[in-house]
Ligand binder design. Structure first.
Ligand code: HEC
Length: 293
């Protein structure tokens, strides 16, 4: 059946959503036969999806003869977490990616995603891998598959919610939201909007719009309508040269919007000044400096 999302770059969205349902992890949904492109139109093989979740099947609910966005959205909302086998609790996520332990780079931010203060965690080894391949990947920071980036949401110092991105084998990320009880939740609840997972996450992360405080960095951002917009980093981390070098927020390589590469290198340079840099990280810095000069 034809599928017509009436969105810009429908192929990317189709690859994202149906890639999540292609049988082998990271399988291309076109190669897997789930999707067919013909004469600029896209078709989905409903039989290949059906049987799996009969009562939530993807179907032409309004009888228009094609699958439209609202129909795909309803299907995704009903089946996405199961199909992706996203860790079912924040504790299970932590067991897979122990982000409160050593070896994780942490950034605190008041940003646009939620009114809560966010504590972001990225594995340092994932950052190192993305930084080491920065030049080879055409000056983009691309994280290895299996990378998990976690954002804990704090309201008045209390941890109330967790969001995460888990990198799939096909280069896209799965999105997850965990509520105050630690269980998977359909939406966030820390305002200003309840964000539906994954469809509204995709909206910002796939888009081109720039957001504060990342957009103004290394300058300070002005407060937004719902509170402060600030990256809570040391003054030394506000390095204009590094911000220009990576141009990380504008490029949003890998649909990642935070400034983890920029801030991690600033952190390594601070370690270097203090004489505390490991040999491995000294080589990482040298590689980037050689490439930039
Ligand atoms: C209004 C736009 C917007 C929406 C909607 C949005 N995000 Fe984000 N997200 C951002 C911005 C900007 C950042 C970087 C700054 C920050 O962390 O606040 C970010 C960062 C993240 C990060 C850390 C990795 C990164 O890209 O920096 C994760 C994980 C994340 N978001 C998950 C989600 C999930 C899950 C949803 C849906 C429930 C979602 N996001 C919806 C804008 C958005």
């Amino acid at each position: 059946m034809q599928i017509d999302l009436d969105k810009s770059d429908p192929e990317r969205l189709l690859r994202y959503y149906f890639g999540g349902y292609a049988s082998a992890a990271g399988a291309d949904p076109f190669e897997a036969g789930l999707l067919v492109a013909r004469d600029g139109a896209f078709f989905v093989d409903l039989d290949a999806l059906e049987g799996r979740q009969a009562e939530n099947a993807l179907r032409d609910a309004d009888g228009s003869g094609r699958i439209e966005w609202e129909e795909l959205e309803a299907f995704v909302h009903a089946t996405y977490y199961d199909a992706r086998q996203v860790p079912s609790t924040a504790a299970a996520l932590h067991a897979r990616a122990p982000y409160r332990e050593g070896g994780w780079f942490e950034v605190e931010v008041d940003g646009v995603m939620t009114k809560a203060r966010r504590r972001l965690f990225v594995a340092e080894d994932a950052l190192r891998a993305a930084l080491r391949t920065y030049q080879d990947n055409g000056e983009q920071l691309l994280y290895p598959s299996g990378t998990v980036i976690v954002g804990e949401h704090y309201v008045e110092g209390t941890h109330v919610e967790t969001t995460a991105m888990l990198k799939r084998g096909d280069g896209f990320w799965d999105f997850a939201t965990y509520g105050p009880d630690g269980a998977l939740a359909f939406t966030t609840h820390t305002g200003p909007r309840d964000l539906k997972t994954p469809t509204q996450c995709v909206g910002c992360h796939f888009g081109k719009k720039q957001f504060d405080p990342e957009k103004s960095f290394p300058g300070e951002a002005r407060p937004g309508p719902h509170g402060p917009r600030a990256l809570h980093v040391t003054p030394q981390a506000r390095d204009a040269g590094l911000v220009r070098f990576f141009d990380e927020h504008r490029k949003r390589s890998d649909t990642v919007l935070g400034l983890y590469g920029t801030l991690f290198i600033a952190h390594l340079q601070a370690q270097q000044r203090a004489g505390e840099l490991s040999e491995e990280d000294a080589r990482l810095l040298e590689g980037l400096i050689d490439a930039s000069s």
